[in-house]
Design a protein around this ligand. Structure first.
Ligand code: ADP
Ligand code: MG
Length: 269
């Protein structure tokens, strides 16, 4: 079975007169990090919202594990192994860090409803097994000492690490990350790169929207470039780094203010 786990076919989506997505076809394989770059307004977040069922495309198809999932609700898609993060994270109010991770695990709970209601031993065993696993995951993302704190009290960067922990807990097959390193310092970015590579080594396919080029080049197997709702280039990181199309797509964007395309795409060799 070599079919890509996630495939979009000619997805289009307009908001008023704006073509946020125009004929977007791409794939994400298991064990692959596919990065998506492009200027602000290119349609990257819209693509993630459409794939994850938060927005409906005007036309096109989305295949997950070879089956069309057009029209499926976000909750259904999570059950099929799709997980996403948001450009700004939204911790569930009132939950502790540990509870936030447990929240995603209910899908995989094996005790029956009756066991749960009666709090039978099977439920208690399952519950304690899950708490152990949640704590292990929190340690992996560097939040082991924060498990009892309220999720909303975490810093922005820690909130993103918590989101990764939640994704690991749901045992997702395809993970959609929307600008995960925003607001993070170098240490946290390094930790997140390790986590992304960890997810990949577990067989996850990752679609990564990001502006931070150092991060992208440290994790991406493939890079696609969007501009005005279209995929304008796609290839291995080295090829994209040298691509003229990429460089012209970035001209006039916010990258220019950061010192121009050469700094962003090519580094400063
Ligand atoms: P990116 O994530 O690449 O910065 P977006 O997907 O957020 O781009 O936006 C693509 C285009 O679609 C932009 O012109 C944006 O203003 C527009 N857009 C996105 N979401 C909405 C929405 N919910 N309503 C109206 N316009 C939207
Ligand atoms: Mg965006």
């Amino acid at each position: 079975m070599n079919a890509p786990y996630l495939e979009t076919r000619s997805l289009s989506k307009a908001f008023g007169g704006v073509n946020a997505l125009a004929d977007v076809s791409l794939t994400v394989d298991r064990g692959e990090v596919h990065a998506l770059i492009g200027p602000n307004g290119a349609g990257k977040s819209t693509l993630i919202s459409v794939i994850s069922g938060f927005e409906r495309p005007d036309s096109g198809d989305i295949l997950l594990g070879g089956k069309s999932v057009i029209g499926r609700r976000p909750y259904d898609l999570v059950r099929l192994g799709l997980a996403r993060t948001f450009q700004s994270s939204r911790p569930v109010v009132g939950l502790s860090v540990l509870e936030s991770v447990l929240l995603g695990m209910h899908i995989h709970r094996h005790a029956s409803v009756l066991d749960t209601i009666l709090r039978l031993p099977a439920y208690r065993r399952e519950r304690s097994r899950q708490e152990q696993r949640a704590l292990d995951i929190l340690r992996t993302v560097g939040l082991g000492s924060r498990s009892r704190d309220r999720a909303r009290d975490l810093s922005g960067a820690q909130g993103r690490s918590l989101e990764i922990a939640q994704i690991v807990a749901t045992e997702a097959v395809i993970v959609l990350l929307d600008e995960p390193v925003a607001g993070m310092g170098a240490t946290e970015i390094g930790l997140l790169a390790d986590l992304v590579l960890h997810l990949r080594s577990e067989g996850c396919g990752i679609l990564l929207v990001e502006h931070e080029m150092g991060f992208i080049f440290s994790v991406a197997d493939r890079i696609s470039v969007m501009d005005f709702g279209r995929v304008v280039d796609s290839g291995r990181p080295q090829a994209i780094r040298e691509s003229k199309v990429v460089q012209s797509a970035y001209l006039g964007s916010s990258y220019e203010q950061q010192g121009g395309v050469a700094d962003v795409v090519g580094g400063s060799e």
